[in-house]
Design a protein around this ligand. Structure first.
Ligand code: G6P
Length: 369
């Protein structure tokens, strides 16, 4: 087992550090910016169908659901098609309205999650086209779908999903870009810039991983907190949810992810000097808004741990702790901003003596309802 961990103390840490490689593997053969090549073989036949879809429904569970939420922002923004994202367990029991003009995207690392599989069967029975995004080749979900794309992240052993999430987001980004091109909703220059930027993401993830030591120090400060709040807006809202889920899963600290502006409708009542608040506040279209959310947290004496874009000097002057991720286009930011949150949960869990790779009560793949 120690050989399989490749010198890392845990599978989860190994998998976090594999992300530059797994994202690259996921992009391989699918995108060559210099040649304007953007293609996914599993998607090719269905490009037309996707382009004509009235609506896209995304079903998933856990971390895969958070990747689906990122896709909602991506597809609506780049391809201008309405997207709904739903927990598979809710979708399957609520008599949803679906028809032949809908496309259902099912996202699953394992390809074996019972609720996601049942949601697929239901959507199929109503005539929808089902597209799967799975990591495990030949899995039940990969076989149950009409078409699909593999994430090529390699085996993920740690129960808390890390590299599968970034690979899912990468595939979904490619889908949004291809759909936008086909539907004429994204300008060629913008598409080309996005392709070039996406190509630079593995290198930028590598840079973000260098935050590891700094994050260990922050983890030592907050490891005994009883509760955490994670805030983000826009593309970083699903990242806030994912950061909170990671912390809950492996460190058993209560954590909530929230859209930053929604804080005033509830969670703000929880903020005092004992409450660490992780704010994902990278430079994007919601930046100015999130600056004022940080001020609101400060005014209530909350301890702010901010994830910012390199070179930002506004939020660092207000936050207690700051980690900088490289600059990128806002559409791609979740691929970078999630990295410090994965590391934070990992180090806190290790410092609390938790079983990081096999947390209590959780399973890697949930094959029962
Ligand atoms: C379990 C795992 C999570 C995962 C979720 C969905 O809860 O512990 O890490 O996100 O299932 O799994 P899937 O394989 O469908 O992505």
């Amino acid at each position: 087992e120690s050989i399989e961990k490749g010198g890392y103390e845990h599978f989860m840490l190994k998998e976090i550090f594999e992300q530059p490689r797994s994202i690259l593997d996921c992009l391989r053969g699918r995108m060559i910016p210099e040649k304007g090549h953007l293609m996914m073989s599993g998607f090719f036949e269905y490009e037309n169908k996707f382009a004509k879809a009235n609506r896209i429904l995304i079903v998933a569970c856990g971390t895969s659901y958070h990747a689906g939420l990122v896709a909602e922002y991506l597809i609506e923004d780049l391809a201008r098609v309405p997207v709904e994202v739903e927990y598979a367990s809710e979708f399957r029991y609520r008599n949803p309205i679906i028809n032949e003009n809908d496309i259902v995207i099912a996202i699953s690392q394992s390809g074996e999650t019972a609720d996601t599989l049942a949601a697929i069967e239901l959507a199929k029975s109503k005539g929808a086209t089902i597209f799967g995004i799975c990591n495990v080749v030949g899995s039940s979900i990969a076989r149950a779908t009409d078409a699909g794309a593999y994430t090529h992240a390699g085996p993920e052993i740690g129960v808390a999903s890390t590299k599968a999430f970034t690979a899912q987001v990468t595939v979904l980004t490619l889908i949004a870009m291809i759909m936008g091109r086909r539907r004429g909703t994204i300008e060629t220059t913008k598409l080309n810039q996005l392709m070039v930027e996406l190509e630079s993401i593995p290198g930028k993830v590598e840079q973000a991983l260098q935050l590891d030591e700094q994050i260990q120090k922050i983890s030592a400060v907050f490891k005994d907190a009883s509760s955490f709040l994670y805030l983000g807006r826009g593309y970083n809202f699903p990242v806030a949810l994912e950061g909170a889920l990671k912390l809950k899963e492996i460190s058993y600290i209560h954590a909530e992810g929230y859209p930053a502006a929604e804080m005033k409708h509830g969670p703000i009542a929880l903020i005092d000097e004992h409450m660490p608040v992780v704010v994902i506040a990278t430079k994007d279209s919601s930046y100015e808004k999130i600056v004022s959310n940080v001020q609101e947290v400060r005014a209530r004496k909350g301890k702010v741990i901010a994830v910012v874009t390199e070179g930002d000097n506004v939020i660092p002057s207000m936050a207690d702790y700051v980690v900088e991720v490289p600059e990128t286009n806002e559409h791609l930011m979740p691929l970078l901003s999630v990295i410090p949150l994965q590391l934070l949960s990992y180090h806190i869990a290790v410092m609390r003596g938790c079983n990081v790779d096999q947390p209590r009560n959780l399973a890697k793949s949930v094959t029962v309802e």
